[in-house]
Design a protein around this ligand. Structure first.
Ligand SMILES: [Zn+2]
Length: 191
């Protein structure tokens, strides 16, 4: 699916934004019903033991059935949502941001900050092993792609211009995240 980043990269502008809008999503946002027989909770589906998980490998048809078109475009085709379009950009409640494809908890509200880019931004992931990073040196730019380490779903990019304490800016597409408010988390996750 990486080849589809070509469009996004060609239209890339500036060093502060995630990248540019590659495709205009006109599809309706409602999610398709999942047809899996043993459907996990895709909003919040952490591994039983923190840090331990098996990779999820499914055919593209599985993700197409599971995900709404806009989410599929980002998660499986490396698309980029239009900036300032995700309600999660302004989400300020306490809680956890999970992979919209598989429910792995990727970011916590404590590390979210307003980057001004129009994309949800975090200075650190919940667990480094939940984030896959791939250096992308194509087209004369060095960018680091960020994906969910469990399902491989594209999330965004990480840049070295974030705030303390890490100096990193994880610039993430809101459509590839779900937000789970703290009140909805299992008791053990709240501390
Ligand atoms: Zn995932």
């Amino acid at each position: 699916m990486r080849f589809l980043t070509l469009l996004a990269v060609l239209l890339f502008f500036g060093g502060t934004a995630c990248n540019s809008q590659a495709k205009v999503q006109t599809a309706t946002p409602e999610a398709k019903a999942t047809t899996t027989d043993a459907a996990p909770d895709y909003n919040y589906n952490p591994p039983a033991e923190a840090g331990q998980f098996e990779k999820i490998e499914k055919p593209e048809s599985y993700w197409q059935d599971l995900l709404a078109p806009a989410a599929y475009n980002v998660l499986r085709e490396d698309g980029t949502e239009r900036s300032f379009t995700s309600p999660l950009n302004d989400e300020k409640r306490a809680g956890v941001f999970t992979c919209a494809a598989c429910g792995l908890p990727l970011f916590a509200s404590e590390t979210k900050f307003d980057s001004g880019t129009g994309w949800p931004s975090f200075y650190a992931p919940i667990n480094d092993v939940y984030i896959q990073q791939d250096v992308d040196n194509r087209y004369g730019m060095r960018r680091v792609e960020v994906s969910c380490a469990r399902c491989g779903g594209h999330q965004g990019h990480v840049f070295p211009d974030g705030p303390d304490p890490t100096g990193l800016r994880y610039c993430i597409n809101g459509v590839s995240l779900n937000f789970v408010p703290e009140a909805d988390l299992p008791q053990a996750e709240k501390n």
